[in-house]
Design a protein around this ligand. Structure first.
Ligand code: ATP
Ligand code: MN
Ligand code: MN
Length: 346
């Protein structure tokens, strides 16, 4: 009913974590456009403008109906200024001119290509673009110096570009659980990131690891990663040590947890059944590369780390059903949460 929808439009909760934000919603034409503008802003180094577009998109995703006129969008939180123009143009013309120009621009397309490489951020991509890089093969032709991370990202580019399915994520989970269990029994291992928000696919698989006994966590990541490497399960890994709050830069959005950024060689169903052994030397496609993040958090910081690593970046929960939300709230109250709020970026 129209009146009920109108009500809903004027009472959108201001904080993303107060709203349900379904993955499939009624205003995707507008949110797609806003997200492209947000990406372009981040390519220009403006995180503030990028965040503004992301917030507007997040609000529109939570609406219970399709916007019919610009009047309906007048009072929506976070949707003022530039966003109003975008919304109006799409409602009236079906497309936003500024977005069409961006999508067709060489710079936007290149930045999107280059930042999609593992280990390449906006600043590196911009430098490469200014050096004349337009496609992946230019990196070798122009003798661009690459880090080990970027080399791995380019070597496995095609695999990493292909979304990780839930089935693959679960297979990664069982491999990791088995590896970690060898060193410390009774760990709490939780799949976080997009999959925990209910997404059916993702660009990687994220895990949060904890144990009530903090001693048990010492050296765990190093030992288990080395073991997985020796089994031919890893194509790349880099572990960032735990850093303390005092030693971290104020401005960073990164937390201080011990984290391993890895590329897994995930064996196919068939080769898993066949035998164990050295998967990396196999000729035919017996494995695929999958990006995996492993995060270790002390038990008292676990609730905050869980919230931070479940995301999303904007703080909305893509498929957060009430059940999912309730479960999250319950989990966040477990443990005496007395540690620093290290991962909480609401
Ligand atoms: P996708 O399905 O594409 O992987 P995602 O939401 O899982 O989406 P990730 O980049 O894997 O995206 O990040 C998972 C969550 O962890 C996000 O909420 C992100 O903001 C957070 N996160 C990622 N890296 C860090 C970091 N270094 N420190 C703190 N939080 C991080
Ligand atoms: Mn993820
Ligand atoms: Mn991740």
């Amino acid at each position: 009913p129209v009146s009920k929808d109108k009500d809903a439009l004027s009472t959108v909760a201001p904080y993303a974590c107060q709203r349900q934000t379904p993955l499939i919603h009624h205003n995707s034409k507008i949110t797609d456009a806003l997200e492209i503008l947000g990406k372009a802003a981040s390519f220009q180094g403006s995180e503030v403008r990028s965040l503004a577009f992301a917030r507007a998109a997040s609000v529109l995703k939570s609406l219970p109906c399709k916007l019919q006129s610009i009047e309906e969008a007048k009072n929506l939180v976070w949707c003022g200024g530039h966003c109003q123009t975008v919304i109006q143009e799409i409602l009236e013309d079906g497309v936003c001119h500024e977005v069409e120009v961006l999508k067709n621009s060489e710079q936007y397309q290149c930045m999107e290509l280059l930042t999609s490489i593992f280990g390449v951020g906006v600043r590196t991509a911009e430098r490469w673009y200014n050096d004349g890089v337009r496609k992946l093969s230019d990196l070798a032709d122009l003798h661009i110096k690459l880090t080990a991370e970027q080399k791995a990202g380019i070597e496995h580019y095609t695999d990493l570009k292909q979304p990780v399915t839930r089935d693959e994520a679960e297979r990664v989970e069982s491999l990791i659980t088995r590896a970690l269990d060898r060193f410390v029994p009774g760990l709490r291992i939780t799949m976080t990131g997009g999959f925990r928000r209910g997404k059916q696919q993702g660009h990687d698989v994220d895990f949060l690891i904890t144990h009530p006994d903090e001693e048990a966590l010492n050296g765990l990541l190093e030992k288990s990663v080395n073991w997985m490497d020796s089994q031919g399960l890893l194509l790349y890994h880099h572990t960032k040590a735990r850093s303390h709050v005092q030693t971290r830069r104020r401005s960073t959005h990164m937390d201080g947890h011990e984290t391993c950024y890895a590329i897994f060689a995930l064996p196919n169903h068939d080769s898993l059944k066949a035998e164990s052994g050295d998967f990396t030397s196999s000729g035919a496609c017996r494995w695929r590369a999958v990006r995996v993040d492993l995060v270790v958090a002390p038990y008292e910081e676990y609730p905050y780390a869980l919230l931070g690593w479940t995301g999303s970046k904007v703080g909305d929960a893509e498929l957060c059903s009430q059940e999912n939300g309730r479960q999250m709230a319950t989990e966040l109250h477990v443990g005496e949460a007395t540690g620093p709020v290290s991962a909480c970026r609401l």
